[in-house]
Every structure is written in structure tokens, then in C-alpha cells.
Design a protein around this ligand. Structure first.
Ligand code: GLV
Ligand code: MN
Ligand code: MN
Length: 412
């Protein structure tokens, strides 16, 4: 009998361990960026846990960590994965919990000396959040084979992706070689990052699909000048213009209604001094909706608003699309398998859509994909207050093991 109880608690404890130095690049808080020293430390630690669970490991040219547990037959593997990078000032469970639960699934099989009729690969993706370079899901895209070319890009400190990859022994050109030959199925467990499951008193839910997303990087240019001598009428203040743009973006998303959401999550005013009129502002725009047309109409209206505000205020602007992903439905057959396992484990069936993006939406290009959501306290995520009950992780582990067994039956 599989000891699923200790595995779920251990998965949570390991996420807690990864929340501190040396697994964070920020003292006193968690930020684990792609290709940073904290990423390196996490790769080593997670690889050691994979070995303990009976897996052989390798790191691909996109710097994804892949643990492999052989099956009794040849053929494409089941991939269980999530990401180990984080947002800045992150919680501990967004991403790593899915990887840790994948390791626990294999650890449980290994402890029983059990092999499935397919190999299992547990993957720790390196760049889901896009919290270092101006792109997101680069490494799952490389693995899924949807990354045709890697555009030149640099982080805030001016370090190029090429240089960062070189420190890990790879190159942007080689990232494409991470392409995976194909998988039987893809399974990702993740905290819900929203309040629905908790509100309904449910530990777990089956994801039906993931909302479409698009991200832009905007640069607004005015004229830097003396805060004391430039009259209000003659200023070309890039920050005042950007403030108007941010409010227009918020208004347009509200007016779009439904599940359309837009966020300006990052804004930088330059040169950044109390007595200098801001001459340049850079900000990000993230727009999402389950319906691609609603997302695109809203994004178009936002770009129009930026254009007209910039014209009226005599500002220059440049807006670049840095990331686009279509809405991604989960695989109906795998959803049924996951739900059957959920019900067998004594949970009420609950299906829900994901507003958050996940590597699963990229991996759907490689294999049929399924996602299991775990309740998180207050629906809080992208915040150090993220919390998962270890009992919910135990429950998730049992459901994932049930799913693996059912998938095995379909191969018999
Ligand atoms: C990832 O967390 C995202 O939804 O942006
Ligand atoms: Mn996230
Ligand atoms: Mn995540």
C-alpha cells in the first residue's frame, strides 16, 4: 500500500525548504529567477530528490530538469511537471508544489517496486513566470517544440539571455534542441491561485482549460526637465501620461466584462528623482480572457487608448508584444480519468477554468494535458502569504496516483 500520507506533507515541506536561501535570489524573500544562482541551487537539490525517488536525471538545453522513471514497456512517457522559477516576492507553492508532487508519485511507485507500462518523466521547468527576461514559458515552449527561434533579450541588469544560458552551458540556438519526442499525457498539479475551491469547501478540482493571455512591453518617452522651472503647460511628462494610460487599460478591461482582466504589474519612471520630470516610463501590460476574441478586442482598444493619450500629450511611445498564448482547453479523456480518480478518492467532482497561465497550456501542443488544482488559503498567490494545507497535498497525491493507475489500465 502506498504511503501517500507522508508524501504530500513532504512535498509541502520541500517547497518550504526551496523558499529560503540558497534557493532564493532575494535576501529575506523568495525570488527564483530563470538561470540565476538560486535556480542553479534548486536544480541540484531537486535532482537529488529525484534520484532518491528512483529517477535518472538530466538537464536539457533549455535548462529544464528532467527526472525519468522507466516503465515496463517502450513508448512515450507520462510527463508530470510544473515550474521552479517564481515571481518576485513569491509564495512557496506556485510551481514547485506540482514538481514535488510529481516526485512523490514516483517515490510511491519506487517504494513499492512498481513500474507502469510507460515511463514517467517529472520535469521542473525553468521559466514559467517570465520574472527575469521579458518572455514567459520559454523553457516549456522549447520542450514542447513551439519555440522556433529565441529572440535576443536581456534582464533588467542588462545581462543577455545568451550570457545567462552560457553560465549554464547552453545557448539560445541550442534551446530549440530541448524539443521532446512526444508524450503519452501531461499532468500538472498546481495551487488554484483563486478562491473558488476554498469557498466551496473543496480540496481539489479538475481544470477544464486555461485562459488566453498576451503581454506587452510599453516605453513612453517625454522630456526630462527641471521640476522647479518647467511650467505645467509646457511639460512632456512621461509618467503623467503613463498614469492616464494605466487607468485607460483598467477601464477598458472592466468594460470588456466577463472574465477579461488586465494588469499593469510593473512600471518604472526614469530618471527617477524627486526633482526631475520623468522623461521615460516603461511598463508591462498583461491581458487575459477565456475567449481569445475578447482578449484581442480589449488589447486592441488599450493600444488605441495609449496612442491617443500619447498624441494628445506629445509623447512618443513604443509597444511591443512580448508573449502570446491562445486559450488552452484540457483534454476531455484525461479530465474524465482525473475526475474518476478524484471521485474514487471520496471527493466531490468539481471542474473549473484557470485564469492563471500554466506550462500545461504550452505542453498541450506536445501531448493531451490535464491539470489538478489544489485549494490555497484565501485564494492568495503571487504573494508570500500563499498557503497550502499539507492534508490537501496528501489528497492531491492520492488522486494523482489514482490517475496514473487508470492511465496504466488504458495502456493494457
Ligand atoms: C503565471 O503565474 C501567470 O499566470 O502569469
Ligand atoms: Mn505564477
Ligand atoms: Mn505557476
Amino acid at each position: 500500500m502506498v504511503n501517500a500520507l507522508s508524501g504530500g506533507a513532504r512535498a509541502v515541506a520541500r517547497c518550504d525548504e526551496l523558499g529560503r536561501a540558497p534557493f532564493s535570489d532575494t535576501p529575506g524573500a523568495l525570488w527564483r529567477g530563470y538561470l540565476t544562482p538560486a535556480h542553479r541551487a534548486a536544480l541540484d537539490r531537486v535532482a537529488a530528490w529525484m534520484h532518491e525517488a528512483g529517477m535518472a536525471t538530466r538537464i536539457d538545453p533549455a535548462i529544464n530538469l528532467i527526472g525519468r522513471y522507466e516503465g515496463t514497456a517502450e513508448g512515450p512517457p507520462l510527463i508530470i511537471a510544473s515550474h521552479i522559477d517564481s515571481v518576485r516576492d513569491a509564495g512557496f507553492y506556485d510551481g514547485p508544489l506540482g514538481v514535488m508532487l510529481g516526485i512523490e508519485c514516483v517515490a510511491a511507485l519506487y517504494a513499492e517496486g512498481r513500474r507502469m507500462p510507460f515511463a514517467i518523466e517529472v520535469i521542473a521547468f525553468g521559466d514559467e513566470e517570465g520574472s527575469r527576461f521579458p518572455a514567459a514559458m520559454l523553457t516549456s515552449k522549447a520542450l514542447a517544440g513551439t519555440l522556433d527561434a529565441v529572440p535576443a533579450m536581456a534582464d533588467d541588469a542588462g545581462t543577455s539571455l545568451a550570457r545567462a544560458l552560457a553560465m549554464f552551458g547552453s545557448t539560445p540556438e541550442r534551446m530549440i534542441e530541448a524539443r521532446h519526442p512526444g508524450a503519452l499525457a501531461y499532468l500538472e498539479a498546481h495551487i488554484e491561485q483563486g478562491p473558488v475551491l476554498e469557498a466551496e469547501g473543496l480540496a481539489l478540482g479538475v481544470v477544464t482549460g486555461i485562459a488566453a493571455q498576451v503581454r506587452f512591453a510599453a516605453v513612453i518617452k517625454g522630456l526630462a526637465g527641471h521640476a522647479g522651472t518647467s511650467s505645467m503647460a509646457l511639460r512632456r511628462d512621461a509618467l503623467a501620461g503613463a498614469a492616464e494610460m494605466v487607468l485607460a487599460i483598467e477601464r477598458i478591461a472592466r468594460e470588456a466584462g466577463g472574465d477579461c482582466v488586465a494588469t499593469v504589474g510593473r512600471l518604472e519612471a526614469l530618471p527617477g528623482a524627486a526633482n526631475v520630470i520623468p522623461g521615460e516610463v516603461r511598463f508591462t501590460i498583461d491581458v487575459r480572457s477565456g475567449a481569445e476574441a475578447r482578449r484581442d478586442d480589449a488589447a486592441e482598444a488599450m493600444l488605441d487608448a495609449i496612442r491617443s493619450i500619447a498624441d494628445r500629450r506629445d509623447l512618443e511611445f513604443h509597444v511591443e508584444r512580448v508573449h502570446t498564448l491562445p486559450a488552452s482547453p484540457c483534454d476531455p479523456r484525461l479530465m474524465d480519468l482525473l475526475e474518476a480518480s478524484l471521485v474514487e478518492a471520496g471527493h466531490a467532482p468539481r471542474r473549473l477554468v484557470s485564469g492563471a497561465g500554466h506550462d500545461a497550456m504550452v505542453m498541450a501542443a506536445l501531448a493531451p494535458a490535464a491539470m489538478l488544482f489544489l485549494r490555497c488559503r484565501g485564494g492568495i498567490s503571487h504573494n508570500p502569504g500563499e498557503h497550502v494545507d499539507p492534508a490537501d497535498a496528501e489528497a492531491a497525491l492520492a488522486v494523482m496516483l489514482g490517475f496514473i493507475a487508470k492511465l496504466g489500465e488504458t495502456c493494457a
